[in-house]
Design a binder for this molecule. Structure first.
Ligand SMILES: *Cc1c(COP(=O)(O)O)cnc(C)c1O
Length: 393
């Protein structure tokens, strides 16, 4: 029996052909393919501007800088996220201020944001965790009332949608000030590594383009096309956060597939939901009526008596790979320093989610037979037997 992985990127000859075309063109980094990818991505999410960068972590760094986050400032976010979310805040010399997630879900609890605001709060960095949109209408309302910019960590949310003033819109329009996406292979579409920033603000977009290329005053495309000698200058500190044209060419192919990928992922999630609702105490993820997830991950809350490691081992023994739920940054050694973060609310739900949840396999190529194999493995798990006995006893 072959092992079912947790995730699998959707890549074939179409991506190979796209990369081949770029390599043979002779222009291999931040050129015409990157420009085309940006335009197509902006169109897809309905954004005025899209700027490609090397990954989502660098996108978050530039987004925070653009809204003016600097040393000693505070940024309100969650501990319960991949560590890159909080790390990007620290790259600015700023302090991540952690609040808890909602009880039923993995996104920031909007009720806790206002109490965490201080005169030093420079931004709210919310996460669309596992592709599920967070409660943007409430978060954006708080941000605009308190004059605090909202940045969306949309690393996992390419292709997710939110009901906004009565209309379904793509995450990344953006609904906050800036949204940041990831194209790591663990996400729904991939360029190997890669990231994108979307915004309606042309000043932010101009800054992203400067900073991603060492703040060089003249970019390569302009210099290359010029009939006159141009000397560039470097007016401020910049970075090398470029995406290559090979990556962008892959991204363009992935974007074409995205609707089909999301549709299949939503079907699989629906099947999981139906099967798992029969298991007492199992907490399947629930989509709020105003959200449509791309189901980047399907993360279940185990019934009370089920042990996370034992359950995961039992699944592995039955040929099914799983992962524990999302981590908490504040529990990592990198976050032990006194200036590494501030905790602004209890983090009970965050810690509970890390210890009691498990991510099941979900990828487009999964067959209905594999879904049943996974569901049966869950039903046979030691936890299930234990629970059944408990119910009888
Ligand atoms: C994957 C991920 C990131 C980091 O993305 P990279 O492209 O790998 O830098 C940031 N935030 C969240 C929530 C993620 O899941």
């Amino acid at each position: 029996m072959s092992q079912i992985p947790v995730a699998r990127p959707v890549l074939d000859e179409r991506e190979v052909e796209a990369v081949r075309r770029v390599i043979l063109s002779g222009w291999v980094t931040q050129g015409p393919e990157v420009a085309a990818f940006e335009e197509e991505f902006a169109d897809f999410v309905g954004a005025a501007h899209a700027c490609a960068v090397s990954n989502c972590t660098t996108a978050l760094h530039l987004a925070l800088m653009a809204v003016g986050v600097s040393a000693g400032d505070e940024v309100i976010t969650v501990s319960h996220s991949f560590i890159a979310t909080a790390n990007a805040i620290r790259y600015c010399g700023a302090i991540p201020v952690f609040v808890d997630i909602e009880r039923d879900g993995f996104n920031i609890d909007p009720d806790l944001i206002e109490a965490a605001i201080t005169p030093r709060t420079k931004a709210i960095l919310c996460v669309h965790q596992l592709g599920m949109p967070c409660d943007l209408s409430r978060i954006v309302e708080i941000g605009s009332r308190r004059s605090i910019p909202v940045i969306e960590d949309a690393a996992c949310a390419t292709g997710s949608e939110i009901l906004w003033k009565g209309r379904w819109e793509k995450i990344g329009k953006p609904h906050g000030d800036i949204a940041c996406f990831s194209f790591h292979p663990r996400k729904v579409v991939t360029t190997g590594d890669g990231g994108m920033l979307t915004t309606a603000n042309p000043d932010y977009d101009r800054k992203f383009r400067l900073w991603r290329q060492h703040s060089m005053s003249v970019n390569d495309t302009v210099r290359h096309g010029s009939k006159q000698v141009i000397f560039e200058s470097y007016p401020e500190l910049g970075y090398n956060y470029r995406l290559t044209d090979m990556q962008a060419a892959v991204g363009r192919e992935q974007l074409k597939r995205l609707p089909e990928i999301v549709a299949r992922r939503r079907e699989i999630a629906e099947q999981y939901g139906r099967h798992l609702s029969a298991i007492a105490g199992m907490r399947s993820p629930v989509e709020p009526h105003w959200a449509r997830s791309n189901w980047q991950s399907y993360c279940i809350g185990l019934p009370d008596r089920w042990e996370q490691p034992a359950f995961m081992q039992a699944m592995l023994d039955r040929g099914v790979s799983t992962r524990r739920g999302i981590m908490n940054s504040h529990l990592e050694k990198a976050y032990t320093g006194t200036t590494s973060h501030r905790i602004a609310s209890g983090l009970v739900n965050s810690v509970r989610a890390q210890n009691e949840t498990v991510i099941l396999p979900l990828f487009m190529q999964m067959t209905d037979v594999e879904i049943l194999q996974i569901v049966e493995a869950i039903q046979e798990g030691p936890g299930f037997a234990d629970l059944a006995t408990a119910a009888v006893g």
